[in-house]
Ligand binder design. Structure first.
Ligand code: NAD
Length: 489
């Protein structure tokens, strides 16, 4: 059946459907970035809570600022904003229709978006706008000189960025004497709350410094750690849903069964009782985000490039390749895990075992191209902080320098067998050019201060990187990984 509120009962033949009446929900959250991850994570936790009969005044209204968001709005509006989520582990595949989103605001219509942000029933504004969406440089600092932010500073009543819209919404609320909403980032960024605060306050400062100070003192930006592997959707996923579950969904989401959300309990305007559905509330999320970003996201960022150079398409296939599996384990155990501070109630070695199992899940069909994209934003957040920590402690970085060298070798544009590599990275042009030069002069790849920061100033890193890159060019990826595993790189 074609998915809609009217066909929910038909969908129930093969999938779970909401135990609540979607029409009885009212909005409490505006969410920017209605991508796949949001619909597999935050929206699913809310769906669980609504199914339990609670918090029906916390439904989501979607919002976005990019043309891709407008396309998504059209797809979801055609099915009453329902999303089918297919949860898969090695032994189980289950589909559920979720209904926690009740509308998506017209993309690009600042007036309508600001009016909704100023609606007193909205108590949380959340976002999943990707690592690249926060206008930050390699040191993690907000960049107020970015043209899009400068434009919002000059025209604060007609903003085009998420941060300009949030500032405008907060301003209308303050003028009306309303409590500010809480701003909750759900992106994979260390201290995502702090990073979001810097972006919102920094944007406000360009047009109204006094109001910027007021935001800094009065608006809450809780940090959070989010986790659930959620691949991109393609025609394969759409067709599979139709075949296996008889549901025609314009943009279903496939994800693993595992999910985790650790949040700081800092919601002055109130929040749904997410602890009832498995969200962990803690006073300080730092140890959890360190663990997740460095072990899981760092792991993804480490295996993506050797796999791409070896023409491997799926993540589980990379994990089936003994060289890559062993490379990941050695890198994590020797270099990444030893510099992660202790995490309450968690054994890091067990956490890594779980990650190995999750990466090996063949059902979710996560792809190497997805992991390899956007490295210019991901390497500085997922890999280089581990490198920097070790260098500060005077410890060696053979494996982490190899990760950087693999990334550089990848950007030369051809796999070991000579196949063309297709880049998906805002900095692809400059990285490609530098990677070609680096074949004879490795230092040519380390000139990007916004990516490598202080790491590139370390003589030890430069030496290890140059040697690893030279070995990759001379001997190929397989032989280089083997040398690393034999402690001979
Ligand atoms: P997606 O491509 O499905 O969605 C990305 C969303 O971000 C879209 O709505 C897009 O319009 C929006 N966006 C991108 N750049 C933006 C910008 N500059 N300004 C405003 N909006 C912007 O991707 P996804 O799988 O939903 O992942 C989104 C983010 O979620 C990731 O970058 C990560 O931070 C987080 N996350 C994803 C996963 C996962 O497995 N997919 C897991 C944990 C966390």
């Amino acid at each position: 059946c074609k998915l809609s509120l009217a066909t929910l009962q038909q969908a129930a033949a093969k999938a779970a459907i909401p135990a609540y009446d979607p029409k009885s929900l009212s909005a409490g959250i505006v969410h920017f970035g209605v991508g796949n991850f949001h619909r597999a994570h935050q929206a699913v936790y809310l769906d669980d809570l609504f199914n339990a009969g609670a918090a029906h005044d916390w439904a989501i209204i979607g919002a976005g600022v990019l043309p891709s968001d407008a396309a998504m709005r059209e797809k979801l509006a055609a099915q009453d904003f329902l999303t089918t989520v297919v949860e898969q582990d090695n032994n189980r595949t289950a589909a559920r229709v979720t209904a926690p989103m009740i509308d998506i605001l017209p993309v690009g219509d600042a007036k309508v978006i600001i009016a909704k942000l100023a609606d007193p029933t909205i108590r949380i504004v959340s976002m999943t706008i990707t690592e690249g969406g926060y206008f930050i440089d390699a040191s993690g600092k907000f960049n107020p000189a970015h043209p899009a932010i400068v434009a919002d500073g000059q025209d604060p009543d007609a903003p085009k960025t998420v941060f300009g819209l949030i500032v405008a919404g907060l301003k209308v609320r303050r003028a009306a004497g309303l409590q500010p909403f809480t701003v909750m980032s759900c992106d994979n960024i260390p201290h995502n709350g702090g990073v979001t605060k810097a972006a919102v306050v920094g944007t406000a400062r360009l047009s109204d410094p006094t109001f910027a100070d007021w935001i800094a003192a009065n608006v809450a930006f809780p940090n959070g750690m989010v986790d659930r592997i959620t691949p991109a959707t393609g025609t394969r996923e759409i067709d599979l849903l139709k075949e296996a579950f008889d549901i025609e969904d314009n943009w279903p989401v496939y994800c693993e069964e595992f999910k985790q959300w650790v949040l700081e309990d800092n919601f002055p305007a109130g929040r749904p009782a997410l602890e009832k559905v498995g969200v962990t509330f803690v006073p300080d999320v730092t140890p959890y985000e360190h663990m997740k970003i460095r072990i899981l996201n760092g792991g993804h960022a480490a295996i993506a490039y050797p796999a791409a150079l070896m023409d491997i398409h799926f993540v589980h296939e990379a994990m089936e390749e003994p060289l890559i599996r062993a490379f990941l384990a050695k890198l994590e155990n020797d270099e990444i895990i030893p510099v992660i501070p202790p995490v309450p109630n968690t054994v890091l070695a067990d956490y890594f075992k779980l990650i190995e199992r999750r990466f090996s899940n063949p059902k979710i069909a996560d792809t190497i191209p997805r992991l390899a994209q956007d490295g210019s934003n991901r390497q500085p957040k997922f890999i280089l902080p581990s490198t920097a920590d070790r260098l500060r402690r005077g410890e060696d970085i053979v494996g982490l320098a190899l990760v950087s060298a693999l990334w550089c070798r990848y950007f030369a544009g051809k796999s070991d067998s000579g196949k063309d590599i297709v880049f998906n990275d805002a900095s692809a042009d400059r990285l490609h050019e530098a990677a070609l030069k680096a074949k004879s002069d490795p230092a040519a790849f380390l000139v990007f201060d916004d990516i490598f920061g202080d790491v590139a100033k370390s003589d030890l890193f430069r030496k290890r990187f140059a040697h690893a890159l030279k070995t990759l060019w001379e001997k190929g990826t397989r032989a280089t990984l083997q040398l690393y595993l034999d402690n001979k790189l």
